[in-house]
Design a protein around this ligand. Structure first.
Ligand SMILES: [Zn+2]
Length: 367
C-alpha cells in the first residue's frame, strides 16, 4: 500500500499526494475544551486538579501559593499533540502585563488575554517525540506543565524533475539568498493578534492535498530509469522555501515539506483565511510568486507558487479578502497552492492549525 502511494507521489511530483478527508478536520472543539476546563477547575490545590491525559497535576508548591482570585486553571489543547503539530495553552488568573513563558527551557513568546495568558507552542517536526516542560511565571510562583509530544512518521518521497526544474534546485546561492530574506519574515512576532473567530479553510472541495512534513529528495528525470535509493539514515534538516539545502551527504537535494499542497486550477482565487498584515510579496527561486501574511503574535501564513498576488506589502487584509490567484511558479510541476503556517518561526502542520480551540479564536484583549 505504502509503495503504491509512493509511486503515485513520484508520478504527480509536487501536486497531489494524499487526500485529507474532510471529516478529519474538526469544525468545532468547544466540547473538548469545555470538558478540559471543568476538569482543570475542580478545586486546587488537590492532587490531580487537571487530569488532561499525559499532563501531570499542578505541582503542589505553586498551587498552594495561589491567591484566592487566581484559579490557576491551565487549559491545553489538543490532548495528544504530535510532532509537527501545535499546542494552545490558556492560563487563567492574574498575570503581569509582560508574561514570561518558557518551552524546553527557552523563552517562548506568550501574551495577555482578558482572562489570563495565552501561549501557542509549535512542535517542530525536526525535534524528537518526548515529554517537554512548559512554564509560566505568575507573581505567586511558577506554573509548570509537562507536554507529551507523540511520535509521527512523515514519510519520504523521491521526486524526479525535468531539466528546467532540476536546475532550480541546484541554484544554491539564489536559494540561500531567498532563505536569508524569508526567514525573518516567517519569524515575525508582532504584538497585536489580528485574527478572531474561525479561520477560513483553503481546501477546495474534493481537491487532493499532499502531506505536510514529508521529506522530499529531488533527482533529474534522467535518473528515473535507474534504481535510485536514499539511505534511511539520510535526513533533510531544512524546510522547503525557508532553508538552504542541507542533505550534503548525497547529491540529491532535499527539504522537509513545510506546508500542504492543495491541487487547484490555475488562477483559482484565494482569500485570506484570517485578518493579517501583508508581510511580504516576492518572487523566489523555489517558492515562485510568494505571499506571506502576518496574523500577529508569532502566527504567519505562507502562499507559494502563485500566479498573481492581489495585495501589496504593508496592506492590512480582513478575513475573506481576495489575496492572490493560484499558479505554478517556482519549483512546481502543476497548478496548486502550497499553504504553510508558521508559529514563532517554526512551520507546523496546517491541518493541526485548523483544529484551533475556541479559546484561541477569540481576540487577545489587554485588560
Ligand atoms: Zn508544497
Amino acid at each position: 500500500m505504502k509503495r503504491a502511494i509512493l509511486s503515485l507521489c513520484i508520478a504527480s511530483a509536487l501536486t497531489a499526494c494524499e487526500i485529507i478527508p474532510k471529516d478529519k478536520t474538526k469544525q468545532d472543539t468547544t466540547t473538548a475544551i469545555a470538558g478540559t476546563s471543568t476538569l482543570a477547575s475542580s478545586r486546587l490545590p488537590t492532587d490531580s486538579a487537571d487530569t488532561l491525559r499525559g499532563v501531570p497535576a499542578i505541582p503542589p508548591e505553586s498551587a498552594t501559593m495561589a491567591p484566592a482570585r487566581d484559579s490557576g486553571v491551565v487549559t491545553m489543547f489538543p490532548e495528544t499533540p504530535r510532532r509537527g503539530g501545535v499546542v494552545w495553552i490558556l492560563a487563567e488568573g492574574f498575570f503581569p502585563d509582560a508574561p514570561h513563558c518558557t518551552w524546553k527551557g527557552a523563552v517562548l513568546p506568550c501574551y495577555r488575554t482578558s482572562s489570563g495568558v495565552q501561549a501557542i507552542v509549535p512542535l517542530s517536526p525536526d525535534a524528537p517525540a518526548g515529554t517537554y516542560g512548559f512554564t509560566i511565571d505568575r507573581p505567586t510562583g511558577r506554573l509548570t506543565r509537562q507536554i507529551v509530544v507523540a511520535e509521527r512518521d512523515f514519510g519520504r518521497e523521491l521526486i524526479f524533475l525535468d531539466s528546467t526544474r532540476y536546475a532550480l534546485v541546484k541554484r544554491t546561492s539564489d536559494i540561500s539568498r531567498d532563505s536569508r530574506a524569508l526567514r525573518p519574515v516567517l519569524r515575525a512576532e508582532s504584538l497585536e493578534q489580528r485574527w478572531s473567530g474561525e479561520w477560513r479553510s483553503l481546501l477546495v472541495r474534493g481537491s487532493k492535498s499532499s502531506a505536510y512534513g514529508v521529506e522530499r529528495f529531488y533527482f533529474p528525470a534522467s535518473d528515473s530509469s535507474r534504481s535510485v535509493t536514499v539511505a534511511s539514515s539520510l535526513k533533510v534538516r531544512g524546510s522547503f522555501g525557508a532553508d538552504t539545502i542541507t542533505s550534503a551527504a548525497t547529491d540529491a537535494p532535499g527539504w522537509r515539506h513545510a506546508g500542504v499542497d492543495i491541487a487547484m486550477a490555475r488562477r483559482t482565487l484565494l482569500r485570506a483565511p484570517a485578518a493579517a498584515l501583508v508581510a511580504d510579496v516576492g518572487d523566489y527561486t523555489l517558492s515562485g510568486k510568494t505571499l506571506i501574511l502576518d496574523h500577529g503574535q508569532g502566527v504567519v501564513s505562507a502562499y507559494f507558487h502563485l500566479d498573481t498576488v492581489l495585495v501589496r506589502r504593508g496592506e492590512l487584509v480582513a478575513r475573506a479578502d481576495q489575496i492572490a490567484r493560484a499558479g505554478s511558479t517556482g519549483l512546481s510541476t502543476g497548478p496548486h497552492l502550497h499553504f504553510g503556517i508558521y508559529v514563532h518561526g517554526e512551520d507546523v502542520d496546517p491541518a493541526a492549525w485548523a483544529e484551533m480551540p475556541k479559546f484561541a479564536r477569540e481576540v487577545v484583549k489587554r485588560p
